[in-house]
Each structure stands twice: as C-alpha cells, then as structure tokens.
Write a protein that binds this ligand. Structure first.
Ligand code: ZN
Length: 214
C-alpha cells in the first residue's frame, strides 16, 4: 500500500485481531470450540448502523448470544429483503425469543430526515423517517429545540418500526403458530449507555389491526 495512513489503519485492524486471538486462546470455558460448531442466540437485535451503538456491549451479551441486523436509523421496511432475510432466519430457523428494535438519541439519520438537504441515495431511505414525521408533525413542530425534535422523532421512529416489524407476515405467522416471541422498542442514551424501554412490548397479534393476521 502506498498511502501510509491507510497502511497504518489496516495494521491496527490486524493488531486488534491479534489481541482477540490471544483472548480466545486463553479462554478456558470451551465456549469458542462450542461456538465454532453453531449458534443458538435467543435475541435478534435490529439497531442503527451508527458506530457508537454496538449490540453486544450494550446488552452485556457474549459472542453467540445476539443475532444482529443494523441499518441507518434502525428501519424495518416491509420490502427490505435484507431485513426480511435476517428476520426469517432468526424467527424460523434460530427461533429467537426476543427481538429488540433499538434507536438512539442524536441519530444522524433521523436528524438528516428533518432537514431539506440532499445526501444522495440515502434520501430515498430517509423518506421512511420523513413519513414518521409527517404522521406526527403536530407533536414534533411543538418542540422548540432542534436536538429535542430529533430525539422525540427517534422515539416515534422506533414505535413505527416496531409496528412494521410486528405486522410482517413472519412475525404474524409465528404468533399465529403459538411461537414464544416478544418484540421490544427501545432507545439508547449514548452518554449514559442506558437502554430505555419505550413501553413498546408485544408478544401477540392482539394489539394490531386484524387485517395483518393470517
Ligand atoms: Zn443512528
């Protein structure tokens, strides 16, 4: 590599892995041999791609315990094949019991959705959040501070994504078949590390419009 900065950055990745390899080698519990054979996580985490909100660290879980899907602003879009593939595998093959949709205060994706700036291809993705704003315009417009507007929209976005997730045929069919599966909408406070329960907790289809049932 010709660029010294790039070379240094790559070396840091390799060095970081050396520390991890050493940690794995010193483990005496046998869990890594076990993990090499397969996974049986009980949690599916759908979070923001933001580098500050790592699923395992925030929930105190070890490798093998959380199945993770992350995208910008933790969206669950009914036609997003990437999210649907993760969800289908998590629910129907891994049989996870808990799904957490985690937003975070100060989310750049949510903030961008409240602006009129064009950011390129992501504008299409942000339309989904603009829709959440449109549905809650009266409440958001009442808030004076921009930062607080974003944080409230972060919460409302999580609520909307929980609705989207719970009304997917995958989750609806799991509930119809009596599969134990709980969905939770939460928000991370990056400053304190706290994962805040938004009271969006569902384990059956009764809270949702019957049109979504099978
Ligand atoms: Zn974010």
């Amino acid at each position: 590599m010709e660029n010294k900065d790039l070379e240094k950055g790559f070396q840091e990745i390799l060095d970081g892995n050396k520390s991890w390899v050493e940690f794995v080698a010193n483990d005496t519990t046998g869990r890594f041999e076990q993990l090499a054979k397969g996974q049986k996580p009980e949690v599916l985490w759908i979070g923001c791609a933001d580098s500050r909100v790592p699923a395992n660290e925030i929930t105190g879980k070890k490798p093998g315990q959380v199945f993770v899907h992350r995208n910008i602003a933790n969206l669950c879009i009914h036609s997003d094949m990437s999210m649907l593939s993760v969800l289908d595998y998590a629910v129907n093959v891994l049989k996870v019991k808990q799904i957490v949709i985690a937003g975070h205060y100060g989310c750049g994706g949510v903030a961008a959705s409240l602006s009129h700036t064009s950011y390129g291809v992501i504008d299409h993705w942000l339309c989904h959040i603009k829709d959440v704003y449109r549905l809650n315009r009266a409440e958001i417009d009442e808030i004076a501070e921009d930062e607080k507007k974003v944080d409230r929209l972060v919460e409302l976005n999580v609520k909307e994504q929980v609705f989207n997730l719970c009304t997917t045929p995958i989750v609806q069919k799991a509930w119809k078949n009596g599969q134990p599966l709980a969905v939770h909408g939460m928000v991370i406070n990056i400053k304190t590390g706290e994962l805040i329960d938004l009271g969006q907790n569902y384990s059956g289809s009764e809270s949702f419009d019957p049109i979504f049932r099978f």
